[in-house]
Design a protein around this ligand. Structure first.
Ligand code: SF4
Length: 119
């Protein structure tokens, strides 16, 4: 059955952005995917994965994405599980501090408004 509406697809010849992950070192066939998921207590394996990440051209982009996704396992962007956890902890603390500052600023503004009305 044909639709009365026109097909709403973009033409296939439009340029598409290349995803950053296409430049990732971990896409090389040389390294088995397990390399990036070492047992956390196997420090040699963890350091090996981090060393590969250090020569990856998209390391920072990968790290940011992993932190934003909340990756809990593996080595991402040159950080191991503990380091990713630490950065997330710092980020949460900074967000909480910022929220407290904003709440205080709103309260101060409200207080100033009430003082102006009363005065
Ligand atoms: S930095 Fe990220 S994308 Fe690059 S090799 Fe490491 S895990 Fe892969």
């Amino acid at each position: 059955m044909t639709s009365i509406f026109p097909a709403r697809r973009a033409p296939d010849n439009l340029p598409r952005p290349v995803h950053w992950a296409t430049a990732a070192v971990c896409r090389d066939d040389e390294n088995h995917p397990d390399v990036w998921f070492p047992v956390p207590t196997d420090l040699v394996a963890v350091e090996y994965a981090k060393g590969l990440c250090r020569r990856c051209p998209v390391q920072m982009r990968c790290r940011t994405d992993a932190l934003n996704r909340g990756e809990e396992h593996g080595v991402w962007g040159g950080l191991d599980e503990g380091e990713l956890r630490d950065v997330r902890k710092v980020r949460r603390a900074a967000a909480a501090k910022q929220a407290a500052r904003e709440k205080q600023a709103a309260q101060d503004q409200q207080d100033a408004g009430e003082l102006a009305k009363a005065g």
